[in-house]
Design a protein around this ligand. Structure first.
Ligand code: ADP
Length: 453
């Protein structure tokens, strides 16, 4: 992509005084960019080789707390350092910030320089490597849905998150006029990301007031995860620059539609779509059928990676386009898994379970592990479901965070693929959310019971 910046070009631009700042970032468990702002002169002189961060960054929560119970990092072990190793292939301009570029880092053990196993980028890389050994490349796309609000993050926070007025007054699904009113945010999002080498396809209004969707062209899985993380960050920053808030909370109001992040998946061999078979009635190869069967069989095992918070599960409601059952279907938006591009080389499976709060590295790592298991086990795929699949008897997606945590913790597959330490690490992350929520007295409880209980 034209936006990707060769290191020598960066050096030249720094020498010319055009670039002065390098954002050196890891992606944390929550999918956020975390790191440091380097003076570009120091980055090109030495920091490009490696820098460091406190190892609590991969054992904290949204509040940056230091919860107990992680084997990998703790007060007892003194919260040491991780190595942040810049992946110079991710070096790119940040056109919405003056004189700034960004690089993503792999997270390495400070002593051994080996990848930290529970680092989201390392987890995805491990599954990509397994697929490569089988002769396949994973091509993926993640959709980003979010809400734009009239006020800024700071105004909303100072107001106690009470005045949440979306930027538009009505359902703006595919609306051109309403989304024209949002172009002061969305046009720079599309154009700046494009300039940063992120192949934006389009943005569109979504099916609720103030809801937008951003689509990025499918790419190799690691690139897709990098694109998603940077694009989500860009949406928030560009909304902020324009005095608005952009929220990726999956469900900010009980009566409003939630926000998702659907994940499109296909495997390829040497540039040929390995999921396509012209002789099949739907165009699905045997390989694709086993992959999809694996996604279905192990859906509970990786649901945590698609829905990591208490709020994530508020989205799974009948009749909202968010799925509730582990079922696949042909171009049917009520199913957890939807076959897209049937009968063509664009054939792919779309997982519709994930919320807008998913970490794309973890989500794709979990799903690739399941799909690979389906191939290895030679699983058969049941015929597709038809009609309104909210009805029926099929198994449900875990519908609470405790249920998803239990499914992850009990997953023989996830333990075999990622190792016990990694699974225990993420089970602890889920527990931290559950424990924090259990301590809170919600507005709903007060309003319901204050007088009447
Ligand atoms: P939808 O019907 O969900 O709106 P789109 O046509 O907008 O579908 O495509 C959604 C996403 O699927 C896009 O990001 C696109 O790049 C991606 N996509 C297209 N072909 C493939 C493929 N073979 N593998 C993975 N993703 C793909």
């Amino acid at each position: 992509m034209s936006g990707i910046l060769p290191f020598d070009d960066l050096k030249a631009q720094v020498a010319e005084g055009r670039i002065d700042t390098v954002l050196v970032c890891i992606v944390d468990m929550q999918g956020r960019l975390m790191g440091k702002r380097f003076h570009a002169g120091h980055f090109v002189a030495s920091a490009w080789e490696e820098t460091h961060c406190c190892n609590y960054l991969l054992a904290t929560d949204l509040e940056m707390a230091t919860p107990e119970g992680y084997a990998a990092t703790s007060w007892e072990t003194g919260y040491g350092d991780y190595v942040m190793k810049p992946d110079l292939t991710t070096l790119r301009p940040v056109p919405w910030l003056e004189g700034t570029v960004l690089v993503l880092c792999d997270v390495l053990n400070h002593h051994t320089h080996q990848p930290v196993p529970h680092s989201p980028r390392a987890m995805l890389k491990s599954q990509i490597a397994r697929l490569e050994a089988m002769g396949f490349d994973a091509m993926m796309a993640t959709e980003l849905e979010f809400f734009l609000f009239e006020k800024s993050f700071d105004e909303i926070r100072k107001g106690g998150f009470q005045d949440l007025t979306p930027i538009s007054g009505y359902n703006e699904d595919y609306h051109i006029f309403q989304t024209t009113k949002e172009e002061h945010v969305m046009r720079p999002v599309r154009n700046h990301l494009w300039e940063a080498g992120i192949p934006v396809e389009n943005s569109k209004g979504e099916a609720e007031a103030g809801q937008e969707e951003l689509n990025i062209k499918y790419a190799a899985a690691l690139d897709t995860a990098d694109y998603h993380s940077i694009a989500k960050h860009a949406v928030k920053e560009i909304a902020w620059q324009n005095g608005h808030a952009a929220s990726f909370l999956p469900k900010w109001h009980k009566d409003r539609v939630g926000s998702s992040s659907h994940v499109h998946q296909s495997l390829w061999t040497d540039g040929t779509p390995a999921f396509y078979d012209a002789d099949d009635s739907l165009g699905m190869s045997a390989l694709m059928k086993s992959y999809v069967a694996g996604l279905l069989k192990y859906a509970p095992d990786y649901t945590y990676f698609l829905a990591p918070y208490i709020n994530s599960y508020k989205r799974f409601m009948k009749g909202t386009f968010a799925p509730t059952r582990i079922i696949w279907s042909v171009d049917n938006r009520t199913a957890g898994f939807r076959l897209c591009g049937d009968g063509s080389k664009a054939i792919r499976i779309e997982c519709r379970i994930g919320g807008s709060d998913l970490n794309p590295y973890l989500a794709m790592a979990g799903m690739l592990a399941a799909g690979i298991a389906g191939i290895e086990e030679g699983l058969d795929l049941q015929p597709p479901a038809r009609g309104d699949v909210y009805q029926g008897e099929t198994a449900m997606i875990p519908d609470t965070l405790p249920a998803a945590r239990a499914a992850l913790g009990g997953s023989v597959l996830m333990r075999r693929v990622f190792g016990d330490a990694v699974v225990d690490h993420y089970c602890r992350a889920a527990e931290v959310e559950i424990e924090e929520f259990a301590r809170v007295v919600t507005d709903w409880e007060i309003a319901r019971g204050f007088e009447r209980a």
